[in-house]
Structures are given as C-alpha cells and as structure tokens.
Write a protein that binds this ligand. Structure first.
Ligand code: PLP
Length: 396
C-alpha cells in the first residue's frame, strides 16, 4: 500500500496537521479509507458537504454540465451562473450576486465593494471594523480582517484599513467607528473562533448603528449560510438584513464556489472594477444550483433545526454524565462541546479509531458540522461513539 504520509511530506507544503486517515470515497454522511473502513463524517469537509458526499442531485448536475460546458469566459452569458444568481436573490434579502471560487475570495470582493461604496458615497471612507476571534480567510487582507493574532503575526505588515474589536460588544463597534469607517463585517455566529453565538440583540444593534452612520453591514455567512444553522441564512434568525453577504463552503456541496450578494444600493461595482477568471463557471454554478434547489425544495433548514436540537440535547446528556464537559453550544448543525482541559486532540483520535470524524475546534473543544442531510440515527451513532471515547477519558 502506498505510504501517503511520506508522499505528502515529500511533495506538499506542510501547512496542515493531518489526521492519519486517507479518504478515498464518500457517500451521504459516510466516507471510506483505502482498506474499505467506514467512518461517520461529522466534519463534512469542514462544513462544506452540505448534502453529504456525492449526493445524486449534485453528481447528476455536474456530470451533465461537464458534458455540455465546463468553462467559458465571463465575457459571455452562461446559463448555470444566471440560474444560480436568480435562485440566490429570490431566496434572500439581497439583490445582486458576484461569483468567486472560495470564501476568502468572496470576502475580498465584499471588502472591495465596501471600499468602493466608501469612495462613492462616504467621502472616501475605507476602514472596515471586524471582530476579535473572527475568521474571514487566508489572503493578506482577510488575515488583517481576521481578529486572531496567530493568523496575523507571521505575515506582518498587514494591509491597512481594518480595525479588530471585541465581539458581542456594540460599544466596541461604536467606539471604533470614525469618519473613515465604511463598513462593519461580522460572522453572525463565529465558526472558527469557537462557535461563539451572538448575545441577544447584538446583531440588531449593529444593524441599527450601521443605519445611523450610513455605513454598510457585511455578514460573512460562509460557514453559517445554506441551512447550516437551521435557516437558509443565519441572519433570518436574528431579524437583521445585511447590505452585503458572503457565501462559499456549503453552496456547492463540495464543489469550489464562493459568492457575494449585495443590496442594490451597495452594488456599486462598475465594469472592470472586479472580476474572476473561474468565478461563476458553469460547472461550479451547476453544483451550486443543484445544491441550493435541493436545500430549498426539501426544507433542509427545517430538518437541520430538528436534528440539530436532537444533537444538542444528546450532547447535553453527555455533559450531565461527564462533568469535565463545561459547555455545549451551537445552532442547527454548527455545534461545539468544550472541556475543562485540553483533551480534544486525544478525543478526536479516539473517535477516529471508532469510526467517527469530529473536528478539533480548540485544544479544549470539539466541533460538529456534519452534512445537513443526517437524521437522528446518525446522531445516535455519533453520540454512542463519543460516549465511549469520553468514558475512556473519564477512566484516565
Ligand atoms: N469566512 C468564514 C466564516 C469561514 O469559516 C471561512 C473558512 O473556514 C472563510 C471565511 C474562508 O473560506 P475559504 O477557506 O473558502 O477561503
């Protein structure tokens, strides 16, 4: 059998601490390794495989599209791009779409759009307020936007124009707002930062402040969008409408795609001011359309709400059984369990050995972001494996 880790260390830049598993096949919420061993996947491609692995509607859409047209320049009209844009607009509070290929790229586009808005409507304002503990991507500007020192320090000096303030504090946003501010960018729920939920009223206070100041509210829904938290977009649950929203991850159910959506008033790009060679290509948009249509037609967000509550209840029972679980939090199928000590690395390994993939969120926390199509049966199975792994920890 090929020594994949050896090949990796020889040929691939070491930017990821990989787990000792080579995934060769996936179906639904399950993946298999080379030896045919099956795993229940509660990582879901890092909140990407929204319809699970190789969902028939996605496979059909990309197979048919691949035989018809894979790529064409954005100089021309292509049908999947237009159909997906229409579906996104008709099912959100936003009016116009621009397609890219990833989350970071979508956020970059959002920042460019906000700065352009600042130039045109806010007397040249260019500064963006973001939150500490956020995560917006790995490009230089998104590292500056991401309020976490560990991602910023190795790459200084960072692009100017970003102010990182305390999350969940409207006062912090107010104090940081100056005549240079053109937008506030936040995740409705901070994913990478720890599955941090906003306090009641925070997002609506931010919305009201942005309205008062005439600045834009950008919601990064790259992790929370497409049904992940129990509504198609998380903003729906908080009674706020963004001026700009970014999407990626779950939109293509595994095929790379990103998007920004904006209200008409904020859609200020002129021809030539932004673009992407691959963005909006027919193949990715066919995947996006098939995914989004399935999510909407089958009320996947409603199902996520139910199965997500079931998962959180199950974890709460484990918390009662194992006092070293300090907190269970989340919405829909974006859920974290936190521990008294740094047991996450060994817990993730113990689960892996028993056939369950979970994500180490922090040394003392794990995260669950399974495909949105899972049912209570899969939750029971995952909780059973986790129970066993936690019992091992309890025994020391
Ligand atoms: N924004 C959020 C909220 C994310 O969770 C992520 C990735 O985890 C990104 C942006 C970056 O997305 P990508 O890795 O596709 O560039």
């Amino acid at each position: 059998m090929t020594d994949w880790p050896a090949l990796e260390s020889r040929y691939i830049m070491h930017v990821t601490e990989r787990l000792p598993l080579t995934i060769v096949r996936g179906k639904g919420a399950r993946v298999w390794d080379e030896e045919g061993r099956e795993y229940l996947d509660f990582v879901g491609g890092w909140a990407v495989n929204s319809l699970g692995h190789c969902h028939p509607v996605v496979v059909k859409a990309i197979t048919e599209q691949a035989q018809l047209l894979i790529h064409a320049s954005n100089q021309f009209y292509t049908v999947p791009q237009l159909r997906l844009a229409q579906l996104l607009v008709e099912n959100s509070c936003l009016d116009k779409v621009f397609f890219g290929n990833s989350g970071a790229e979508a956020n970059e586009a959002a920042i460019k759009l906000a700065r352009r808005y600042g130039q045109l409507k806010l007397d040249g304002a260019y500064e963006i307020i973001t939150a500490l503990g956020s995560f917006h991507g790995r490009t230089l500007a998104m590292v500056a936007a991401t309020g976490q020192e560990q991602f910023q320090k190795p790459f200084s000096p960072l692009p100017a124009g970003f102010v990182n303030v305390t999350y969940n504090s409207i006062g912090a946003i107010k104090s940081a707002t100056t005549g240079h501010t053109c937008a506030v960018m936040i995740e409705p729920i901070q994913g990478e930062g720890g599955v941090n939920l906003p306090d009641d009223g925070y997002l609506s206070e931010v919305r009201a402040w942005c309205d008062q100041k005439g600045i834009l509210l950008i919601l990064d829904e790259i992790q929370t969008g497409i049904g992940r938290t129990g509504s198609l977009f998380a903003y729906e649950q908080y009674g706020v409408e963004p001026d700009i929203m970014t999407l990626a991850k779950g939109l293509g159910s595994g095929v790379a795609i990103g998007a920004i959506l904006a209200k008409d008033k904020a859609s200020v790009f002129a021809p030539g001011e932004h673009g992407s060679t691959f963005g909006g290509n027919p193949l990715a948009c066919a995947a996006g359309y098939a995914t989004l249509k399935f999510v909407i037609d089958n009320d996947i967000p409603g199902r996520v709400k139910t199965v997500g509550s079931y998962l959180i209840q199950g974890l709460a029972k484990l918390k009662a059984k194992f006092p070293f679980i300090t907190e269970v939090r989340g919405r829909g199928l974006l859920v974290a369990a936190e521990f008294k000590s740094d047991i996450a690395p060994s817990l993730v390994m113990d689960c892996l050995k028993e056939g369950l993939l979970v994500n180490q969120l922090k040394p003392n926390a794990i995260r669950f972001m399974p495909p949105l199509i899972i049912g209570n049966g899969e939750v029971d199975e995952a909780l059973g494996i986790l129970d066993g792994a936690l019992s091992g920890v309890a025994k020391g």
